[in-house]
Design a protein around this ligand. Structure first.
Ligand code: FES
Ligand code: FES
Length: 706
């Protein structure tokens, strides 16, 4: 059908499909500032546009509904509405404020935030913080959070009202900010701005970094993010923002069963419907064995095919489809006939190693890594003993134990997994992908595609959040197989539903802790057993669990003679289950360790009647001491003792203690009471965490020209 849309003041006569979504039409027209969060149901807000001045989600509207209305996108913000994103200068006041206060991290949500702010300030030039927060709440941000965007909107509002605002680059005194309050401890009134909001956001950040750096030009001063300007203008920067002639769109048929054998796949009905459609069914495409690991030399079993004859979780891949539109590709999925033999699923990790449990990886091609044992559903096993743990327990006055569960959670980056593949003019397969690990993609995918590494070029444009979820080869092989099969460029973008059923999650863990203690709080021995659930495939199985112990069990070494020679045990079994595979996720196993360890330490301090901070610091690792695990474990490599030269823990705790006014609050029964609400108590707590900030340096063993 024919319609005319009015976008950014210009008329666009169009021929559209009656079922076409406004989001798709606008992106096809080149308005790439409008992002897709893959949710398609109005949940994330990344696709926000202004529709007659109101912010709406373009994914929930049909294009036909937009005729006769005014559409505005971020391309028209600023001093050059006629030039849109082609000009880099001339930011609007709102865009400028986002850049100045640093309200942009990955930038995927930023155009939506800017438009939402514009809609708010156009109707109310003087909003309070609650109103700003309420307006922005429709746009999900996983990286920046909301403090900076709220600051940006309040700052922009002040500028638009003609008020003077302080330069963001002004110095702020940290020591001042951390001084204990001179005000008397309140009688229990919650910290609010009087309207129920539990924070109060200042127009300017209240930080000044500090005398020692005051002479420096850059350190200690706010810096504009190098790519902030292009992101606030919504310029094409992400994989799906690039256009390609003859592009095909990929979709994946996913398993409805947790555990099943594929007996037969018939794609004839699907392939009959359109010439350009191409289906790659399972069973016939197991050209390469690969494991979506990230650290060479792959410390994990090889247990995955691009497409296999068996499915191992609800959402596992069954077939790939490419077609000239997403709608045709989706329709084709319904026309693929699959015959399954349903097998007993294994869903409970605690039963995975039982005799008679269903065996998830019985394929003869499985390649063991170190201690993996597929006959017992074990992807990895770790056994680390440091010192003499049994002696430490025997010398303890008390032994305190506890069980802790760490649940499954998903990374939920707002930009879904997305990849585009095509052959370039030199017969190289180009993989433009939203990945955190471009070099691993290249290395891992070459044998899967049966191509030499030199014929693969991986391009990583800007990524709209990853949080570890993009540390695997999850979508690249799908599009690559289809480009090889069709000769055409292919785009594969996961939906939000696929992110939850077919991507990765944090490894859920069941953890048992046992600690030996002297009556004065000295730890004599510390033991952790960790049952980690890697789901259907052993992605990051060994290294994530290894980090759980390596970081969380290394911080509390004991005191006195025990400090000199700590007694620590860390055992872990990483087991397969018929659930969504786990993988890398912010902190890489460390949060799973510290969550139980810190709860356990708190329980111990309370049981022994000790101050939680003093008890922790008494036993914590100190500068100049050897990281206890470095003598015993190194992710499958030869361990090498490492001295920890600097630990700012005591200083950090001291500053934190002042900042939260611990000394006035923790033992003050009055402070914990909420006046007029007998059923409520205010709490205050402390936790200490150690994290690694870099990965080991590796000498690259595979020549890129191979
Ligand atoms: S709200 Fe439209 S893509 Fe998420
Ligand atoms: S900056 Fe908001 S989602 Fe990344």
């Amino acid at each position: 059908m024919k319609i005319t849309l009015t976008i950014n003041g210009q008329e666009f006569p169009l021929r559209i499909d009656p079922n076409e979504r406004l989001l798709d039409t606008l992106r096809k027209l080149g308005f790439f500032s409008i992002k897709s969060g893959g949710c398609e149901h109005g949940e994330c807000g990344a696709c926000t546009i202004l529709f007659d001045g109101r912010s709406v989600n373009s994914c929930t509207m049909l294009t036909v509904q937009a005729e006769g209305h005014k559409i505005q996108t971020v391309e028209a913000e600023g001093d050059h509405p006629d030039h849109g994103w082609k000009k880099t200068d001339g930011l609007s006041v709102i865009q400028q404020a986002f850049v100045e206060v640093g309200a942009i991290q990955c930038g995927y949500c930023t155009p939506a935030m800017v438009l939402t702010a514009k809609a708010l300030l156009d109707r109310d030039p003087n909003p309070d913080e609650d109103q700003v927060r309420d307006a922005l709440s429709g746009v999900l941000c996983r990286c920046t959070g909301y403090i900076k965007p709220v600051q940006a909107v309040l700052r922009a509002a002040a500028v638009l009202r003609g008020e003077e605002v302080m330069p963001v680059n002004g110095p702020i005194d940290v020591t001042e900010a951390l001084k204990p309050s001179d005000e008397p401890v309140d009688g229990g009134v919650p910290v609010t701005n009087g309207k129920g909001t539990l924070t109060e956001t200042k127009i300017l950040p209240k930080l000044k970094i500090v005398d020692p750096h005051s002479e420096m030009k850059t350190v200690g001063h706010a810096e504009t993010k190098v790519d902030a300007v292009k992101l606030v203008q919504g310029k094409p920067a992400f994989v799906a923002d690039y256009e390609m002639r003859d592009l095909l769109y990929a979709k994946v048929l996913r398993s409805p069963y947790a555990h099943a054998e594929i007996k037969n796949i018939d794609t004839s009905r699907a392939e009959a419907c359109r010439v350009s459609l191409r289906c790659l069914p399972g069973k016939t495409s197991t050209s390469g064995l690969f494991h979506s690991r990230t650290v060479p030399p792959d410390p994990g079993p090889l247990d995955s095919f691009s497409l296999d004859h068996k499915v191992r979780f609800v959402g596992d891949r069954v077939a790939f489809v490419a077609a000239e539109s997403v709608a045709i590709a989706e329709a084709a999925l319904d026309l693929i006939d699959v015959e399954y033999e349903v097998l007993e699923p294994l869903l409970d990790p605690s039963k995975a190693m039982n005799e008679g449990a269903p065996v998830i990886h019985d394929e003869p091609e499985f390649v063991n890594f170190d201690e993996s044992d597929p006959t017992r559903n074990i992807a990895a096993e770790i056994r680390i003993d440091i010192g003499n743990v049994e002696k430490g327990f025997a010398e303890a006055d008390r032994i305190i134990e506890g069980d802790y569960d760490v649940p499954k959670v998903q990374q939920a980056h707002i930009e879904p997994h997305v990849v585009m593949t095509y052959w370039d003019e030199d017969d190289r397969l180009v993989i433009k992908t939203s990945t955190q690990v471009p070099f691993h993609v290249r290395r891992q995918i070459a044998p899967v595609l049966d191509l030499p590494i030199k014929r693969i070029r991986v391009i990583k444009p800007r990524i709209g959040g990853g949080f570890g979820g993009k540390q695997e080869v999850l979508v690249e092989d799908v599009a690559a197989h289809l480009t090889i099969a069709t000769g055409k460029p292919v785009l594969y973008e996961m939906t939000r539903e696929e992110e939850f059923i077919g991507a990765r999650t944090r490894h859920p863990m069941r953890i048992h802790l046992k600690t030996g203690l002297k009556n004065d709080g000295t730890i004599t021995a510390n033991e952790m057993y960790c049952l980690s659930d890697t789901g259907a495939y052993g992605c990051h199985a060994l290294t994530v669990a290894g980090n759980t112990g390596h970081k969380a069990m290394a911080i509390y070494v004991g005191d006195g003679e025990y400090r000199k020679d700590p007694n620590i045990r860390f055992y872990s079994d990483v087991v397969y289950t018929n659930t969504v595979p786990s993988g890398a996720y912010r902190g890489y196993g460390v949060p799973q360790g510290f969550w139980p360890v810190e709860r356990h330490m708190e329980n111990i301090a309370r049981e022994l009647g000790l101050d939680p901070i003093e008890f922790r610091l008494k036993n914590a690792l100190r500068s100049g001491e050897i990281h206890p695990f470095s003598k015993a474990w190194s992710e499958g490599r030869e361990p090498k003792p490492e001295t920890i030269y600097t630990i700012g823990l005591e200083d950090c705790v001291e500053q934190g203690r002042m900042a939260i006014d611990w000394d006035h609050k923790f033992n003050n029964q009055q402070w914990h009471i909420v006046p007029g609400k007998k059923h409520l108590r205010k709490g205050i707590g402390v936790a200490m965490v150690m994290q690694g900030t870099a990965i080991p340096i590796w000498i690259w063993a595979v020549p890129a020209s191979r």
